[in-house]
Write a protein that binds this ligand. Sequence first.
Ligand code: SAH
Ligand code: SF4
Length: 425
Amino acid sequence: MNVVDSERIVDLLEGIGYAQVDAAEKADLVLLNTCSVRDKAERKVYGHLGRFKPIKDRRPELIIGVGGCVAQQEGEKMLETVPYLDLVFGTHNIHRLPELVLQAEEKRRGSVTDFLDRETRLNLFPHRSVRDNVTRFVTVMQGCDNFCSYCIVPYVRGREVSRPSGEIKAEIEGLVAQGVREVTLLGQNVNSYGLKEDGELSFAELLNEVNQVAGLERLRFATSHPKDMTDELINCFGRLDKLCKHIHLPVQSGSDRILELMNRGYTAADYLRKVEGLKSVCPEIRLTTDIIVGFPGETEDDFLATLEMVEMVRYADAFTFLYSPRSGTKAAELQDDQSSVLKQERFERLCALQNRIGEEIWQQDLDKVLPVLVEGESKQGDGQLFGRTTWNRIVNFVGEKELIGMTVPVKIVKVFRNSNLGELI
Ligand code: SAH
Ligand code: SF4
């Protein structure tokens, strides 16, 4: 979502005469697009701002701004805390950025963090610009109404709104006409798409529609909530030829007691039933997940239930997080008597288990020839390209640039921790 917001920011700034450079030292304007989901991300923002201060001391005309979730949360206060900051814009106010920048050019500092009403937000949904990428994100809904007890997102991104399905389909057709081969439908809680809009398609129906777009090769979505994984949506993985065989399905915990305290709206058994459903309609599917360790009051038994979940599902990969209290959320008020040493130790046990399982799964691909959609030149250099398998796994291999945008057979010759090395067949 931040990638999409950053693209929108770049487009708006290009509209007022700015162009991108590759280092803050060379820039007239530096913007930070921020995340406040955990304390560490939030603290980083202040660290980065500190790095820009000496540049501003040397070149006082440099404009510095902050957007995204930390900006939404802190608002005008940030201008007081950071005296060399020029502008602050919230998650609903990206469209106001040109105005704030023009003001800052005249040495007027500003902050806009109002939440907007539904109609205005629907009108402001990003209208996509031209980029020569093979794969693109398409926002289908924004905001979150779930209020998981640990999570700041509903407070900084506001209420859920879904875009009209006709508009989404038209946007994807336009992207395909520009050469895009794969789209990822994006939302904080993508599979609650349409539930709050009268007469709108369900998320599964939307996938059906997008699957029919001629010239589109692959379809993905992120992130889905287990409680909104309907049978209709599960069946899509057995029916839709363009839908990739990967789903990111955050479980958070394997303990029913903790899931309840988290306000997740499902039990471990509910979650496992959905995973079984996915595996039965699509035996090749690979799952990834998010897990929080050290939620307030988590006991050894709760934690063991999470390990058991990881063993049963066999995730290909997992984002594991130490619980970080976010002020204003329900969980921040809960009593927490577990020591940080214990939490860290659990975190490491979980990572060790997941790493073992992940490695076993990715090693199965060794010596196999897999279809790879080629996205561009690899960061590895040496004439290498990179692309992804249906499981969203990066594969680097030597090949001609003309292959970019095509799906080609690649033999996997080496499996690393986060990517594979391949040979074009
Ligand atoms: N909407 C998505 C995820 C949004 S945040 C979903 O519901 O799955 C991404 C991940 O950050 C979450 O899945 C959760 O695992 C983690 N997270 C959110 N708040 C957190 C907190 N306070 N402490 C630690 N991890 C957190
Ligand atoms: Fe946060 Fe829960 Fe919403 Fe995901 S579903 S963004 S974890 S409140």
